[in-house]
Design a protein around this ligand. Structure first.
Ligand SMILES: C[S@@+](CC[C@H](N)C(=O)[O-])C[C@H]1O[C@@H](n2cnc3c(N)ncnc32)[C@H](O)[C@@H]1O
Length: 242
């Protein structure tokens, strides 16, 4: 963009279909203790990581993401919320970045970084200490996908919810808790994604990239409403790493 950059994530609290209430439940379920290290792989602007660390004074947070704008937003939030002494966010590739195995690792919507869910589960296994916990956020099919959904997601999605859980078990984890995104959480997520672009278009109708942005949001809305809405699910698995 030239003079007026579009921030397509501006209206999102999380870059995932996740409400405040579910985020709170996820964090509370971790039973974090003071001194625990929480590491978020593909943290985006690290909102869930910050909430985890805020939940338990004394917990420490490390987040990594390869998106510079997301890390900049996250670092500003770290400062604004007085967490600089406990949280560090690194701009790096999760596949090559390393940290001491975490008490709790988080990876929400970032399995593709490793090439898919199975590879992500394997990579994260080594990044969680024995006895620690992984929160994995990943997609699954709630219903058999339509051709449009297949077109958008290809073979990225492992199968149904039970298939996703079975995959985690086969990769050496045990299931501690399971939550799935509700239809409302999905609709909020997708609406806000589109709305950031719609607001920008209203403010910049003659921008040289307006037609491209309008086509992108039209295509996204169409794929959502005529494709994966009600078909693609999103699960938050809290997994023990024995
Ligand atoms: C769907 S977003 C989820 C972000 C965050 N976990 C959340 O829930 O808000 C996926 C994130 O993975 C990051 N990502 C993808 N591939 C990556 C890689 N190889 N290294 C680091 N981050 C990566 C993207 O930049 C993006 O921020």
């Amino acid at each position: 963009m030239t003079d007026a950059p579009l921030n397509g994530h501006a209206l999102l609290d999380f870059n995932a279909p996740l409400s405040d209430a579910k985020a709170h439940d996820l964090v509370a379920g971790l039973r974090l203790r003071s001194g625990d290290a929480v590491v978020d792989y593909g943290c985006g602007w690290a909102e869930l990581l910050l909430r985890a660390v805020e939940h338990v004074p004394g917990a420490r947070g490390l987040g990594v993401d390869s998106d510079e704008r997301a890390i900049t937003r996250g670092r500003a939030n770290v400062e604004a919320r007085g967490l600089a002494s406990r949280v560090t966010l690194d701009l790096a590739d999760v596949t090559t970045w390393s940290a001491t195995p975490a008490d709790v690792a988080i990876s929400i919507g970032a399995s593709h970084a490793w090439g898919g869910t199975a590879a992500a589960l394997d990579a994260l296994h080594a990044r969680v200490r024995p006895g620690g916990t992984l929160v994995l956020g990943d997609g699954f099919w709630e219903r058999p996908p339509s051709p449009r959904s297949r077109e958008v997601f290809g073979d990225e999605v492992v199968g149904g919810l039970a298939d996703l859980v079975d995959l985690a078990l086969a990769r050496g984890y045990r299931l501690l808790a399971l939550a799935t995104a509700t239809r409302d959480e999905w609709d909020t997520f997708e609406s806000r994604w589109c709305a950031a672009r719609e607001h920008w278009l209203l403010e910049h109708p003659d921008h040289p990239e307006a037609a491209e942005v309008r086509a992108l949001v039209d295509d996204h809305r169409d794929a959502w409403l005529r494709g994966y809405r009600g078909e693609l699910g999103f699960a938050y698995l809290t997994l023990a790493r024995p």
